[in-house]
Design a protein around this ligand. Structure first.
Ligand SMILES: *Cc1c(COP(=O)(O)O)cnc(C)c1O
Length: 364
């Protein structure tokens, strides 16, 4: 294991060692078939078992209600930015969007090709907080109310209360997928790519409430149609077989760890370790995000003041590399440091980062 670096990347991100070792072990010979899982038909008996088991694991671990279908799609989280209005517009003319950071902003921009997009408040830039829900303007005629549960670039994690009407919530959980318990109440569609918390890139899991299926716009491509995907048990075309396989192993890993409650408890501990250092540093480390909405997955901060001192940040990143820690640089649009503490990043690894932050602060 000594060759392994500590990976704080935002995505594709760390995959648990146990999972990678299992993949290595099975690469030449999957389930005694004499071939790899990457080489078998997606319509084979063996793949059907894998696919259905993966769905079942998701249903069990996330307590997915019976009135939701689970779809395995492609096109990433970004594909869903288009698929959502294509599938949910129905007779509606617009959808409401909660824009709290880069990803919901991107989702709103893409959706506007297919439906009129109304933002429920004017996004406050820089993205550091979410205005009080009572001040939002949204109404019962919207096709849905969209939000991003964790803004990966800006480090904002947030869940709206139920809309006042039965407008379904649509949630992008790409970067906090199975990192905390998720309540499906009031939701219509929940989706996430798997490359942050659930394995490799290429697979997008979509949870769709059954009564919302069948309202798609006529131009909806079949690969983006929830109805088509359900009718074919996600096998309308060749699915990302390898990514489904890896997600299957990651789900079993989560189950072995005690499920999502145990994972959440650990994630809280990890995040607290880093935020406490930031908060006790007299402003040397600075996280501008409103404390009520701080992400436990992506901790974004500056060094040397609110605007950041780039030479200090540079030095911090260099020292991180020397200590075997990689991918701590903040997203290019915000700068600074971003520590992504996804499920696979363990407490010991987080402690290494904490030690380095403490050491760096005393060197100043
Ligand atoms: C990474 C990410 C996406 C986009 O995923 P792609 O697979 O690159 O399309 C969307 N939303 C959030 C919150 C993300 O973190």
């Amino acid at each position: 294991m000594s060759v392994r670096k500590i990976n704080f990347g935002a995505g594709p991100a760390k995959i648990p060692e146990e999972v990678l070792l299992k993949v290595q072990d099975e690469t030449l010979n999957y389930e005694n078939l004499g071939v790899s899982v990457l080489e078998i038909s997606h319509r084979s008996k063996e793949f059907a078992v894998l696919l259905n088991e993966t769905k079942q694991l998701l249903r069990e671990l996330m307590k997915v209600p019976d009135n939701f279908e689970i779809l395995f799609m492609q096109g990433g989280g970004s594909g869903q930015f288009a698929a959502i209005p294509l599938n949910l517009k129905g007779e509606h003319s617009y959808a409401d969007y909660i824009v709290t950071g880069a990803w919901s902003q991107k989702a709103a921009a893409e959706a506007s090709k297919f439906i009129e997009v109304k933002k429920v408040f004017t996004p406050a830039k820089p993205y550091v907080t979410v205005p009080d829900q009572d001040s939002w303007s949204h109404d019962e005629n919207a096709a849905y109310l969209y939000y991003c549960a964790n803004e990966t670039v800006h480090g904002i994690e947030f869940t709206p209360r139920a809309p006042p009407t039965n407008v379904p919530l649509v949630a992008d959980i790409s970067s906090n997928f199975l990192a905390r318990p998720f309540d499906f109440t009031n939701h219509g569609v929940v989706f996430g790519g798997t490359q942050k918390n659930l394995g490799a890139a290429g697979l997008t899991v979509v949870f769709v409430r059954k009564d919302l299926i069948g309202k798609e716009q006529a131009v909806t491509p079949a690969v983006f149609s929830y109805k088509e995907m359900i009718a074919n048990n996600s096998l309308y075309n060749t699915p990302p077989c390898g990514s489904i396989y890896i997600t299957n192993l990651v789900l079993k890993w989560i189950k072995n760890k005690g499920g999502v409650d145990a994972i959440y408890e650990m994630n809280l501990k990890k995040a607290k370790l880093i935020y406490d250092i930031i908060d006790n540093s007299d402003g040397f480390f600075h996280c501008g995000v409103d404390k009520r909405f701080r992400s436990i997955m992506n901790i974004c901060f500056r060094i040397g003041g609110p605007q950041g001192d780039e030479s200090l940040e540079e030095k911090f990143l260099k020292g991180s590399l020397e200590r075997n820690m990689i991918s701590l640089k903040g997203h290019r649009s915000v700068g600074g440091i971003r520590a992504s503490l996804y499920n696979a990043v363990n407490l010991e690894e987080t402690q290494k980062l904490a030690e380095w932050m403490n050491e760096f602060e005393t060197q100043k």
